[in-house]
Design a protein around this ligand. Structure first.
Ligand code: 3PG
Length: 414
């Protein structure tokens, strides 16, 4: 089903409530990765150029509703946005009951999660947000798996709601890799637990030609093959699942390769002594923290030959230098591959930035949970809400409605 997009809607002299995801990592009030902010800059520019007055709506972290807490304020984001856009982006503190935009064509509304009812998709709250605007533009793909007032609620309640260009681009890139990918398709899934990524591993093991696993996830698969994993992070109760996934992949001629060698140590620290071990040599008191050199060589070869690559999660404890070789080599192999590559997830983005390959990945998703949900084949509630909304408004009524001044009484945003 198709959805109404920003370019279908006349924005001139309209007040646009633009839902973006500015939930970026911060350390001591400083932005440590502005990937998500940069991703939405073209949308903001486009809406302003089209003549809209733009109110940016976002969450940051998971604050308690109804309580202002400075550590979750969007103040640092307003500063970052102003720098990137080279224009002042004022932060509006109390906005839910209306405010004046004065001479500002662009404002940022304080963290939407401070409002009571946001998390439970309270429609009275959503209606208040919608009353501030003529058009809702949903461009926060990274929140598309959340049913909240500022995600689904505003789409449900808005007279006109459309998808922004970033959301459209995300959907198209992800559909591209899942629907008709060029083979061989290789997915790399790292991370600590099989349990948190079981649905993803299940879906991918049925679609890809090779599923490379890393981190704690790989340890559970290693244990499933009967090897000792010492004190490594793994999930004994998911060993049967790991066996089932490997068998399923095998039956359809695909592969979930296991590492042949790994890097072990007794603890996760910069100064601990590490060793390379074959799988059969891991001692009782050792922990696996990275792939070994032979495994890396084998995986790099597989990745370089791939025509489609999906990457989610580091394959080792890459934040520590001596356990970073696996993730670094995987990142560089993806960057060097001629295949179409898509990557997403918080830790993955950190690795992409660390190894400076942002420009070498074909599509970097801004989504963490939303990226995973999409790859798992789940219906994203925000996309469903946009589809349902599009069903109820025709393109003609959209352009008509947006061309004539709205007769509904608006709050004092001007
Ligand atoms: C994310 O970081 O994945 C999105 O911003 C959603 O955040 P949430 O998991 O707190 O809803």
């Amino acid at each position: 089903m198709s959805i109404l997009t920003m370019s279908d809607v006349v924005l001139k002299n309209k007040r646009a409530l633009l839902r973006v995801d500015l939930n970026v990592p911060l350390r001591n009030g400083e932005i440590t990765s502005d990937l998500r902010i940069r991703a939405v800059i073209p949308t903001i520019k486009k809406a302003l150029k089209a003549g809209a007055k733009v109110m940016l709506l976002s969450h940051l972290g998971r604050p308690e509703e109804g309580v202002f807490d400075e550590q979750f304020s969007l103040a640092p984001i307003a500063v970052g946005l102003s720098k990137l856009l080279k224009q002042d982006v004022p932060l509006i503190q109390d906005w839910i009951d209306g405010f004046s935009m004065k001479n500002h064509p662009l404002v940022l509304l304080e963290n939407v999660r401070f409002n009571v009812g946001e998390k439970n998709n309270n429609l009275e709250l959503a209606k208040k947000m919608v009353a501030l605007c003529d058009v809702v533009i949903m461009d926060a793909f990274a929140t598309a798996h959340r049913t909240e007032a500022s995600t689904c609620g505003i789409v449900q309640c808005a007279p006109i709601a459309c998808a922004g260009p970033l959301l459209v681009a995300e959907l198209s890139a992800l559909k591209n890799v899942l629907a008709k990918p060029k083979h061989p398709v290789v997915a790399i899934v790292g991370g600590s637990k099989v349990s948190t990524k079981l649905a993803l591993l299940d879906t991918l093991s049925q679609k890809v030609d090779t599923l490379i696993i890393g981190g704690g996830i790989a340890n559970t698969f290693i244990a499933a093959k009967g090897y000792m994993v010492g004190r490594s992070l793994h999930e004994p109760d998911l060993i049967d699942e790991a066996e089932r996934l490997s068998l399923n992949a095998e039956q359809r001629g695909a592969e979930i390769p296991l590492p042949t060698d790994v890097v072990v140590a007794d603890k996760l620290s910069e100064d601990t002594e590490s060793s390379i071990r074959l799988l059969s040599q891991i001692d009782d008191d050792e922990k696996i923290y990275d792939l070994g050199p032979d495994t890396i060589k084998k995986y790099v070869k597989i990745i370089k030959a791939a025509k489609t690559i999906i990457w989610n999660g580091p394959v080792g404890a890459f934040e520590i230098e001596q356990f970073s070789a696996g993730t670094k080599a995987i990142a560089n192999a993806i960057a060097a591959s001629g295949g179409f590559s898509v990557a997403g997830g918080g830790d993955t983005l950190a690795a992409i930035e660390k190894y400076d390959i942002v420009d070498k990945i074909d599509y970097i998703s801004t989504g963490g949970g939303a990226f995973l949900s999409f790859l798992e084949g789940k219906t994203l509630p925000v996309i469903k809400a946009l589809e349902q909304h599009t069903n109820t408004v025709s393109i003609v009524s959209v352009t008509e409605k947006t061309k004539t001044p709205s007769k509904t009484k608006k709050k004092k945003t001007s």
